[in-house]
Design a protein around this ligand. Structure first.
Ligand SMILES: [Zn+2]
Length: 307
């Protein structure tokens, strides 16, 4: 038997995503500053091992190692012409690690630039770039897409439209990165929780989340509560259409980063991370993973506590 349709599966209760990729690469001796996405071609065994470590820790799904594998981010590393190869290879590696029982989500991160007039991106070209990435991920066998760490609603909107064009029936997850700047949670580009959730749902995406950002674990718990109430308000006002429920997912960092010799270091232990994950779960969020600084040990601690 293969796996249940992922849209059905995430409604059935706890669903664990994986933890960080970047910090695991450094732990395996990859120099900081390398193009992580090109490692899908250069060192596929290392990527496979990291995915396996998460599956063995209890992840129900792994995210492809393609956070920066859009043509803009790759071009900055000199790999702008390798979008298809890198993304398809990444999806194939993740699929091999996940097997037929676990899930693979194709990871789509920001372009690293802004749309005009703030930046140099044209909407049509940006949409084409995200569609190019999504198509290559689909060709490698993903079960859905996860658009992460977005800070601008216009870029997120275009990424969702592009992913949905390619996805057909497959789900699209979309999340933004929040900071707690002037007492309230906002993305770097000033988007608040209610606007983020409402916009994402209005685009036909019912799986909305938050990841990364620079807040403490207690603040992630508070942010989880804000997401849950924003989703409930939307459900009540029926704007979700067809009576669809909103599913929320959370991928906190392993706490707030501390700068050590110019590098961000995350110091929260697996036990403390699992304690926060339990509070997030109790707030009503069933799909949980980790962002920067989380390791297989963090996911294993969450699995032990919540499964
Ligand atoms: Zn992160």
């Amino acid at each position: 038997m293969g796996r249940t349709n992922i849209k059905e599966r995430i409604k059935q209760g706890l669903f664990l995503l994986d933890g960080a990729m970047g910090t695991e690469l450094i732990a395996r001796g990859i120099e900081a500053g390398k193009c992580n996405d090109y490692l899908n071609i250069e060192s596929p065994d290392i990527i496979f091992d990291i995915h396996r470590a998460y599956i063995e820790a209890g992840s129900d799904a792994v995210l492809t190692n393609t956070f920066g594998a859009n043509r803009y981010a790759l071009a900055r590393r000199g790999f702008g012409d390798k979008v298809s190869r890198i993304n398809t290879a990444a999806a194939q590696i993740a699929r091999r690690a996940a097997g037929e029982q676990k899930y693979v989500l194709g990871d789509i991160g920001p372009s690293g630039d802004f749309l005009q007039p703030l930046g140099s991106l044209k909407p049509d070209e940006l949409k084409d770039a995200f569609a190019e990435q999504a198509k290559a991920l689909l060709a490698g066998g993903v079960d859905g897409f996860i658009i992460e760490t977005m800070t601008a609603l216009d870029e997120l909107t275009i990424a969702i439209e592009a992913a949905k064009l390619v996805a057909g029936d497959l789900p699209v997850f979309a999340s933004m990165a929040f900071d707690k700047a002037s007492g309230d949670y906002r993305t770097m580009m000033g988007v608040d929780v209610e606007s983020a959730v409402a916009k994402i749902v209005s685009l036909g995406v019912n799986t909305v989340g938050f990841n990364c950002g620079t807040v403490s674990l207690d603040e992630y718990v508070e942010l989880a509560g804000k997401y849950v109430s924003a989703a409930k308000t939307l459900e009540k006002t029926q704007v979700t259409g067809h009576g669809a429920r909103v599913t929320i997912f959370a991928e906190p960092n392993a706490g707030k980063p501390e700068l050590v010799e110019g590098r961000a270091v995350y110091n929260v232990s697996p036990e403390d991370f699992a304690a926060a994950a339990e509070k997030i779960h109790l707030a009503g969020i069933n799909t949980i993973g980790g962002c920067c600084g989380t390791t297989p040990a963090h996911i294993e601690a969450v699995a032990k506590k919540l499964k």
